[in-house]
Design a protein around this ligand. Sequence first.
Ligand code: 9MJ
Length: 696
Amino acid sequence: MMAADLLSAPNGGPGNAASVPDPADWQARAVWLRAELDRHNIAYYVFDRPTIPDAEYDKLFGELQALEAAHPELICADSPTQRVGAAPLGQFPQVTHSVLMLSLNNGFNETDVIAFDRRAREALAKSHSQQEIEYATELKFDGLAINLRYEHGVFTQAATRGDGATGEDVTENVRTVRAIPLRLGTGAPPALIDIRGEVLMYKTDFARLNARQRAAGLKEFANPRNAAAGSLRQLDSRITARRALRFFAYGIGALEGAALPSTHSALLDWYCSMGVPVCIERTTCVGADGLLEYFHNIGQKRAQLPYDIDGVVYKVNAVAEQQKLGYVSRAPRFALAHKFPAEEALTVVQEIEVQVGRTGAITPVARLAPVFVGGVTVTNATLHNEDEVNRKDIRIGDTVIVRRAGDVIPEVVAYVPEQRPQHARRFVMPGKCPVCGSPIVRLEDEAIARCSGGWIKCAAQRKGGLQHFVSRRAMDVEGLGEQLIDQLVDRQIVTTAADLYKLGLAALAALDRMADKSARNVLDALEKSKSTTLARFVYALGIRHVGEATAKALASHFGTLDALLQASKAQLLEVADVGPVVADSIIEFFADPLNIELMAQLRAAGVHWKENSTAEARHRPLLGQTFVLTGSMPTLTRDVAAAMIEAAGGKVAGSVSKKTSVVVAGAEAGSKLAKAQELGITIIDEAGLLDLLQQS
Ligand code: 9MJ
């Protein structure tokens, strides 16, 4: 079955009035509701593309629950309603795996990878120079390995790895995990299949869970892995049901009644077609060079991934070659886990200083004895704020654990009590800003202390504001980095963002480490940035509490800068993303004559964007978006769908390109859908399109 089939509505889907079953026809209605819920689950968990808002999902779910409560004979084991958890168990029963659950051999550096590839080539008797091995490459998830058993397509059992031969039966817990299908996608499922993979928790869900634990006075989890393992090994599956767990498949155990695909990558494609989530970062490559390139690429992306990984995994792709290579002591010889270097290290806090951010926020920063963590040398680590320093009781002179959190800003996790020297000094928040000398104030209800100087007095705030203004998601001025901005502010060449557009070649070329050519590039980038969008411009202004999403919402709601400037608090509150704190902050920003002056100067310098009238912005919500229609939709003809899109301001194009905003895919969508997937373009179905139009 194709991915498109999994995403298309079952017969009788919403909008298909002719075939929506009569609610009196309970059985058909329940079947339809289950298929709908499964379809939305797959869109969300397998394709990472939600098709309906949560509230709509909950409504369908509630209807099915009510129906099953009134007609208990309708309940079946694979109904989505059966994911709520069951009465607590006394203990987990043991499960003997039909095929051993193996672990992986580890590699830690290039030499290990080259040796792995050489050994595999030798064992497969490939000649040294020409015959390279094709590998399947994927992420090494940091969760809990699990075996899922499906009999004739129906989920029947889940077991942890345990010692590889015997694990624990966690079927009831796994049943509550929405990412795991209770029935494999349509087609002819195998008589029996053991699907293996990892259960894990996304970083955002982990943060939310810990916030909940904290609020309830319960113990917090140390990391997403522990949270996932703890949630899965709950004797009370009703607790598991409340934890947002995910699953990605990467292996197979027993298989009966179907042929094993001939490559690992084909196995994962098969899983995907059955509605089982697999790693989207997977790929294939050739030889040790290909493996190392993949390792490097994933290393760059690691911080942006929504989950933790502790390395990547290489597997010889051809199953026949895998079988030839076989196993050594419970690990396959055809696979290698290439681990990232440890991301925690011990070092000494030499000093605690404070840094001033663009909003004046004062951040205590630990100056550290240089230490190598996760591939880089770290000399500074954030301590977040004063309360955090006190809570962790970090003192100058302490030996501390430093962690590179998400590759960006390293943080101090904890100090080592046994190694605290007698002379260790406590941190004291200074009374004055170290940059401009203005008083540092901390409002009663805020965790953050701030420099009260504002950007006029405080060079640190000016620098931060300018860095934000030119950043990629704001005005996107390439080549104007932190060091250049520091020089421009320190030499008093630039005070406000408008001054950037007054820069000449001579002034720029005179700066340290600037040649004529790079100065010219910066001027070109500044010129290019003048043509922007209202959303980027609003975001670039750096209004407190107005992030990128809020700026977009404001721009599309008000359409013009003037309409936004004139908006009352009540009008601001009409915008989906805006609450009272944000509204006050926007009003305060626009009430300041200096900000009005800045915006006027920027426009006078040539910064421009396409404005929509407010009415147009409201009534033509798809303005600027290009749609491509493919496949046949359950109710709308292509002409009708196109007319609806155009009436809402969108354009309809015939082919998919980088400029396409959204692809609307119906049944039997072919190459256009594949191209859209390849380019990472948003894909929706008819129901998604109707939702989009309705939201306006
Ligand atoms: C993880 N942990 O992500 C395997 N794994 O394959 C991947 N683990 C594995 N593969 C065979 N991606 C045994 C374990």
